[in-house]
Design a protein around this ligand. Sequence first.
Ligand SMILES: [Zn+2]
Length: 150
Amino acid sequence: MSVSAQELEILSTKAIAAKGTAYCPYSKFQVGACILTTTGEFIIGANVENAAYPVGTCAERVAFGTAVVSCGCRDCRTLTDEEQVAGHKSFKALAVATNITPAASPCGMCRQFIREFTGPDFPIYMYDGEGNYKMMTMDEVSIHPRGVEV
Ligand SMILES: [Zn+2]
């Protein structure tokens, strides 16, 4: 299941924009994420820090958590109760964006979280501060995580 050029364009734009929603008063390190579901929905996340460091959550986990509990539609009033709680558990790609170069890769906790819902070939597009990306599959990023992990 490959990602089209148009889907990748939207994915990157949303992941980069999502950095702006980060709550990171402690690290000042903004991370944005965007997931593309197999049904064509784009769901964003950003890091949400806490004064107690381990309580903070990474952008990737915010995005996946949001997807799992969200119907993802633009107008929930048209859905049945069952559809509203159906959530997303099938995903096509993930983009993660930071302001550093080289691009950062998901941390160990996020890799574990992402793996729960994806397979070894799941593509992760990692964007650096200039909008350049490196793509690695879930398998590759798990075996050879590179750069700073976020
Ligand atoms: Zn993480």
